[in-house]
Design a protein around this ligand. Sequence first.
Ligand code: FE2
Length: 248
Amino acid sequence: MEVMTSPVRNMPNSKQLQNYPDDAQEFGYQPEWGLYTSSFVFRGDFTNDLKLLQDKYGYKPLQVTQQFDNQVTDRNLGTIISSVAFRSSDGTVHTHRHPGDIDETPELFQYTPAYYDMTTIRNIIDWFGDSVCRCRIFRQEPGKDLPMHYDFDNERNSFDNQNQTLRALIQLTPNTENWMRFKSKTSDITLRPAAGQAIVFNADWVWHGTVNYTDKPRDCLMLILKDQDFVMNLGKRFPSHKIEFIEV
Ligand SMILES: [Fe+2]
C-alpha cells in the first residue's frame, strides 16, 4: 500500500517523519482565535504585596458597565470582582477603564501609587516591558463565578487583527479549585492555571468565564498588552516542554 502524504500542509507521514517538520518553529499562538498558556511560571512570595493592597488600598468593586449589562444581564459584577489598578488612565488605583474611544496604547496610561508600593508583583509587570497599557489586580470573591462573556478592547481599533489589544491573566494565589474556560471559533479550553502561569487571549473574540470553588479570594493580575508580536514570540523564547520558573 502506498503511504500518502497528509493533504494538510504537506505534513510528512509516519515513515518520512524523523523530526518535527521544518516549519514547526512557526507554529504557535495566533491571537485572533487562539489561547496562549505559558510554559514559564512566575514564582515569588506575593503575601506582603497582597496584604498591603488589602490594608492600604482596599479592593473596590469593579464597575458594572453598560457593555457588560448588554452581555450578561443577570450578573452583578461588583459583588463578584473587585480591583486595584497598577496602571490607569489617570494614575489612580480605582480607575480601571479606558475612558476614550481611541485605540488603547501604553502611553495613555500611568503607574499608580499601588504599583510603586509593590515589591514582587511589579517585577511581573516590568517583565512585560513597554507593551503594557492598563494593568490591575482583581479579586474574585470566594465561591463566585463570572459567567462566559466578552470584553471590548478591540472595538477601539476597529478590530484590526494586525494591531490587536490582548489581555494577560496571571493568578497569584495558589490554585486549588479556580477554573477558567475559554471558547473561540477553534477551541474550547477549560483549565485551572497554576499560580504564576500567564494566559493571554483576545477578550473580544475569545469568550471567557471563571469560577472560584474555594472559600478564599482569588487574586489575579491582569495586563492589557499592545504588542502582539511580543506575545507571539513567547513560544520561541520558551520552546521547551519543561517549565521555566521566573523568580520575581
Ligand atoms: Fe473578561
